[in-house]
Design a protein around this ligand. Structure first.
Ligand code: NAD
Length: 263
């Protein structure tokens, strides 16, 4: 019996699609029938964390007989984001789903030791990058006139005080507010805008936590479900928000965190 592919006919652009959560989203959306534009500042996955080793994401998708392309994109550069959005719409003839997922995190600092340069760089990628991606996505979706889905990757650090640095928390709190505000603004165009707030997930970004046993145990203990997240846990939530079942959900910041924010 063939499985229903629930994003059949849709086109999705995902920023930060080369690694971790973005890569898992790209693979999941493609397996659900969407054609994917993988947008990232680098093409090659980070070999230092298990599942990322191997082919670039678009090649891994094509190896499954599915459709994907890659476009170089730096989310801190508005022209680069606009070019990526254009590339998706031109390559596949439409654009239905945009995941503003690219992000960075520096080593955790108490603010007394936090270099201003790290703070600025974090804001530029995590906050400004989501702003650029949302703005260009909205422009294209309004131009097309068929609505759309925007899904931003925030963090539990955007919902609660977390021990991962002020810059990171500030940038993710901004993502949640960008999403809520934009959702109200573009609802009349049939565009939904939601955020996913992951707990700690096993990716290149969290390699410190993954490889340091003490830190791993500490972080795991913060998640009542007793394990850290897998990129596929987040991709599943993103798929739901992109699917027809989420047609009336907008402006939500959805924790996907093994219970982190419920205690
Ligand atoms: P990751 O490092 O595996 O992947 C991040 C991807 O973003 C990489 O492919 C990187 O090249 C890309 N990227 C970084 N800066 C970019 C830029 N300026 N332009 C374009 N692409 C850029 O990390 P991840 O864990 O998959 O992170 C994905 C998102 O999830 C981020 O927004 C992150 O803040 C968020 N998040 C991660 C965790 C976690 O524990 N891993 C938890 C909560 C939220």
């Amino acid at each position: 019996m063939s499985r229903e592919r629930r994003l059949e006919g849709r086109v999705a652009l995902i920023t930060g699609a080369t690694s971790g959560i973005g890569r898992a989203m790209a693979l999941r959306f493609a397996r659900e029938g969407a054609r994917i534009m993988c947008a990232d500042r680098r093409r090659e996955p980070d070999p230092r964390i298990g599942d990322d080793a191997g082919a670039p994401t678009h090649e891994a998708i094509r190896a499954e007989g599915l459709d994907a392309s890659f476009v170089a994109c730096d989310v801190t550069d508005g022209a680069s984001v606009a070019k990526a959005i254009r590339a998706a719409a031109d390559t596949y003839g439409r654009l239905d789903i945009v995941a503003a997922n690219a992000g960075i995190a520096f080593e955790t600092y108490p603010i007394a030791d936090e270099p201003f340069e790290d703070y600025q760089a974090t804001i530029r990628v995590n906050q400004d990058g989501v702003w650029w991606t949302c703005r260009e996505a909205v422009r294209e979706m309004i131009r097309q006139g068929q609505g759309g889905r925007i899904i931003a990757t925030a963090s539990i650090a955007g919902l609660a005080g977390c021990p991962w640095g002020v810059a990171y928390g500030a940038s993710k709190g901004a993502v949640v507010q960008i999403v809520r505000t934009l959702a109200a603004q573009v609802a009349k165009h049939g565009i939904t805008v939601n955020a996913i707030c992951p707990g700690s997930v096993r990716t290149a970004m969290s390699r410190e936590t993954m490889t340091n046993p003490e830190r791993n145990a500490f972080t795991r203990a913060l998640h009542p479900m007793g394990r850290l997240g897998e990129p596929e846990d987040i991709a599943g939530a993103a798929f739901f928000l992109a699917s027809d079942d989420a047609a009336w959900i907008t402006g939500v910041a959805l924790p996907v965190d093994g219970g982190y924010t419920c205690v």
